[in-house]
Design a protein around this ligand. Structure first.
Ligand SMILES: [Zn+2]
Length: 51
């Protein structure tokens, strides 16, 4: 899951892909050029089950 912090309204929007245009669902601004934040969800790391 990818997310971007909208520079216009300060809210975070989420998308499954960063391809194409990215429109903020809160203020309808085009934030395609905003830096993507990679969410730390389960994916490639499965060995960190330390107590
Ligand atoms: Zn916005």
């Amino acid at each position: 899951m990818l997310s971007k912090l909208c520079p216009h309204c300060g809210k975070r929007s989420y998308s499954a892909s960063s391809s194409g245009s990215w429109i903020c669902p809160y203020c309808d601004k085009d934030i395609s050029q905003t830096t993507v934040t990679q969410e730390h969800t389960d994916g490639d790391k499965k060995g960190d089950n330390l107590a």
